[in-house]
Ligand binder design. Structure first.
Ligand code: GCU
Length: 420
């Protein structure tokens, strides 16, 4: 019997001591991945039409019911207000807007701020990257004109975040992760949102963020009711709703991007909303691109105990029991097909299982092939800093769990061949 000890750290995230994460490839169990190209009643899926008409919906349902849970309803009326609009951002290269999107008629109710950059030199609508940030829009750039988020933020002494409120000290604290200058100089727009606007990232029993609109207090939770990742994915789709009537962004060419927990989110958003033209997962790891059945690095039980609010309750059935999962993350990635998908790893990020991330993308390949798209050519990972780009793409870069300029350079290159 495995005895689990769970304690809660200062950050509010549970840290359990056992079972230890496995970092030894020789200890990866023999596993069998659920079949992508066989319907639930055992029929072979042999064409793009079979996938689109029958199998895709089955796979989507399996991923929903066993991993992330349902998304909130999407039939709500959105209102938008311009908070700021400047033409001289990023050394004069970017037109920058802050747009507040209200989810109800109440100006004090749940809302999110879109931080939108477009190249000043653009002639007409531009393709764009859309993704959440971790610390607030004001953390993307050290410009005192940016509104400091009023949403709940994780305490962070280094950046003066105390009592879960952001302060001046956190301006620009996440700028190294957002290569805005490179993005706009390459002719792309960038839209980023503080993820805590949509759902603050702590386990509050689904009362705050957009849950306040959709959940009734005291109501029992369905075993497949969505957790925070579903809420965040929903928020990205609402951002896309707004962008559909934007004069500067080409909403048909929006790549959904995310790092880490937000990379799990971008994959799920790309799966649930086929309007996203491209999907990018940066170091998304367990619950993202990595295969759970490899039981390498972070595992299902550990993530469910550390972050009880991210997934649906059904996902807990697979704690220390990954081989019983009727799905795995190659199926999540396959839901993006035939749209281009980029999965990226970092070599020092073994917690996220780079090999499992690579294999997640590799094993999604047969669905891309049904559409005449070129998947990853081999199950052998490329060398460090040697991206492979076909109709899907992968790289493992040197360094740690992070988003770097190197990552953005590759995403821009991949977008140049698929979003232009
Ligand atoms: C933790 C968590 C990961 C997650 C990461 C992040 O490390 O265990 O699953 O991806 O946080 O979001 O930064």
């Amino acid at each position: 019997m495995v005895v689990l000890t769970v304690s809660v750290s200062n950050s509010g995230e549970a840290q359990d001591k056992a079972p230890e994460a496995n970092y030894d490839e020789a200890k990866v169990p023999k596993y069998v991945l659920p079949e992508l190209l066989k319907t639930n009643d055992g029929k072979a899926v042999t064409s793009a039409a079979d996938w689109t008409k029958v199998r895709r919906a089955e796979v989507l349902q399996l991923v929903q019911d066993n991993i992330f849970g349902t998304l909130p309803p999407n039939d709500i009326k959105l209102r938008t207000k311009v908070r700021s609009d400047v033409k001289d951002a990023i050394n004069g290269l970017a037109h920058r807007r802050e747009l507040t999107v209200y989810f109800t008629d109440d100006d004090k109710g749940p809302q999110m701020d879109l931080l939108v950059y477009t190249p000043v030199s653009a002639k007409g609508k531009v393709p764009a990257f859309l993704g959440y940030n971790f610390n607030g829009n004001h953390a993307v750039e050290k410009d005192p004109r940016l509104h400091i988020t009023e949403s709940w933020v994780r305490n962070d002494k280094e950046h003066g975040i105390d009592k879960n409120l952001a302060t001046e000290a956190s301006r620009g604290s996440e700028s190294s992760r957002w290569a805005v200058e490179k993005i706009v100089s390459a002719g792309y727009g960038l839209i980023t949102i503080y993820y805590g606007d949509v759902d603050p990232d702590f386990d509050d029993g689904f009362k705050n963020g957009i849950h306040a609109i959709f959940e009734k207090p005291g109501q029992p939770r369905a075993s497949n009711a969505g957790g925070s990742i579903s809420a965040w994915a929903w928020g990205l789709s609402r951002a896309l709703d707004v962008l559909e009537s934007d004069a500067e962004i080409d909403a048909k060419k929006v790549a959904v991007f995310g790092h880490s927990r937000l990379g799990k989110t971008s994959l799920w958003a790309g799966a649930t909303d086929e309007r996203f033209a491209m999907v990018i997962s940066n170091n998304s790891g367990c619950g993202g691109a990595a295969l759970s059945k490899r039981e390498f690095g972070e595992r299902v039980g550990r993530i469910n105990r550390s972050f009880p609010h991210w997934f649906c309750l059904n996902h807990r059935k697979y704690n220390e029991n990954e081989q019983a999962l009727p799905v795995d993350h190659h199926m999540l990635i396959a839901l993006a097909a035939p749209r281009p998908v980029y999965v990226a790893s970092a070599v020092e990020d073994q917690w996220a299982d780079p090999k499992g991330e690579y294999l997640g993308l590799y094993h999604a390949g047969p669905v891309f092939e049904l559409f005449g798209k070129k998947p990853l050519p081999t199950d052998v990972m490329p060398d460090l800093n040697q991206p492979v780009m076909t109709d899907v793409a992968y790289h493992i870069r040197s360094g740690k769990h992070d988003v770097t300029d190197y990552d953005w350079e590759q995403y821009i290159k991949f977008a140049n061949s698929h979003l232009r």
